[in-house]
Design a binder for this molecule. Structure first.
Ligand SMILES: [Zn+2]
Length: 425
């Protein structure tokens, strides 16, 4: 009989989100691969078997068996869009917005993203890492085990490199995916967005690509994405085309913030250029969502942004799912438009305002989010060969995760088979 490190046994519901390394579309979004009285067999940080407790307890000898009767076991959640590494806060702007100023007006007046840029530029890499670790700990307590971390608050080669190096050096047990968001906003020292983008293409992008190549991430199979904010007052569709073309030549996968406030027609172009994901989509019309749905590009929706900005028109997630598109959900954690670190809260909101079922929201924050980060081969579901990143809930029905809004049901989190957080710590 094979000896293994750990068996998590007798889960009332073992939600595998089994996907066979494929993202989920349409009706597949409702499939959770749920096993009652389920067990997970773990060795060397990986899943070696998944099935009924009765079948697996007799087939393996385990160093440790954990009885999870009355509990739900889920794959670790995947947050595929965050701006975690930054300094400073934007509490003043929160009050300005409550008094009637818009997000884009504040940005135009030199606040918003540019406020966080000033704070991030003046912080040391050590300080950025310290603050990022604190946010990651909170995310972990809410069940997130894999996260994307964007730069974009440096807006100079030196400061963007500092942000990305802080991410590379975090050495956290969570799986972390870096994204270079050099084209986030035009910094004050450049006369135009075109001038700044020319500098990004000539200097920042080659420099951060070299940093990534020199890190151990390529060897670990961890990608680095590039991202651009296409919006009135930031960057244009033509800027995106030039940026994506250079990223493609460097072999870097692409993402874009699109259609957040104004419909710019960039979704079909990003899809055509092979973007891994297009994110936001608050004002994307159904005709563009249909083009997205027929593609391999993931649509990432971020409902807490509009909630926080006080705009109750949400991205049309129902249309994308019903048209067989690949939907993921994420927090878009950032200090200005979504200071939210909890994916269960995002799912709870998406079910209420975007009419998703709990099963659809869960697949959107596991399988499809992992696909949006290019790491579905290692995380996003509980299947043989994947990392044993596991969340244990204090409930016997997975739907309570989204029904009991704002209430954390996470009891334990395992990263690569090791207990990393517990409500009883
Ligand atoms: Zn964002």
């Amino acid at each position: 009989m094979q000896t293994v490190d750990l068996i998590l046994a007798h889960a009332t519901q073992l939600v595998t989100c089994a996907c066979h390394n494929q993202p989920k579309r349409g009706a597949q979004m409702r499939e959770l691969g749920l096993i009652s009285d389920g067990a997970l067999v773990v060795h060397d940080g990986r899943i070696v078997a998944v099935g009924k407790t009765g079948d697996l307890l007799g087939a393996y000898h385990a160093e440790q068996v954990v009885d999870l009767s009355g509990r739900v076991v889920l794959p670790g959640l995947v947050d595929c869009h965050t701006h975690v590494p930054h300094a400073g806060h934007r509490y003043d702007e929160f009050e300005l917005r409550l008094q009637g100023k818009s997000y884009l007006d504040i940005l135009k007046a030199g606040g918003g993203i540019l406020n966080t840029v000033r704070a991030t530029r003046s912080a040391s890499a050590t300080e950025l890492m310290k603050q990022a670790r604190k946010r990651l700990s909170t995310m972990l307590r809410w069940g997130t085990t894999t996260a994307e971390l964007k730069s974009g608050y440096g807006l100079s080669t030196e400061a963007e490199s500092k942000q990305l190096q802080a991410v590379f050096a975090l050495d956290h047990a969570m799986t972390l995916i870096p994204t270079f968001l050099g084209a986030h906003a035009k910094p004050e020292e450049f006369a135009s967005a075109s001038d700044y983008l020319a500098y990004v293409l000539a200097d920042s992008l080659p420099s951060v690509h070299a940093l990534y190549q020199a890190s151990d991430l390529p060897q670990q199979g961890i990608p680095m994405f590039v991202d651009i904010f296409v919006e009135e007052g930031t960057f244009t569709l033509e800027h995106m085309v030039a940026y994506f073309e250079q990223a493609r030549q460097l072999g870097l996968p692409r993402k874009a913030h699109l259609d957040q406030f104004h419909h710019g027609g960039a979704v079909p172009v990003a899809v055509e250029m092979g973007a891994t994901s297009v994110d936001h989509l608050e004002v994307t019309p159904p005709s563009d969502l249909d083009i997205l749905a027929r593609s391999e590009t993931v649509g990432v929706m971020l409902p807490t942004v509009n909630l926080h900005l006080g705009n109750l028109h949400f991205a049309n997630a129902r249309h994308l799912v019903d048209a067989d598109g690949i939907l993921a959900l994420a927090t878009d954690y950032n200090p200005g438009s979504s200071p939210v670190l909890s994916l269960p809260f995002v799912m709870a909101l998406a079910c209420r305002v975007q009419r998703l079922l709990p099963s659809e929201a869960l697949n959107a924050c596991t399988v499809n989010a992992a696909h949006a980060l290019g790491v579905l081969d290692r995380v996003g579901s509980l299947e043989v060969g994947k990392q044993a990143d596991v969340v244990v809930l204090q409930t016997d029905d997975y739907r309570s995760l989204v029904v009991e809004m704002g209430n954390s049901l996470v009891e334990q989190v395992y990263l690569k088979g090791k207990p990393q957080w517990s409500a009883s710590f």
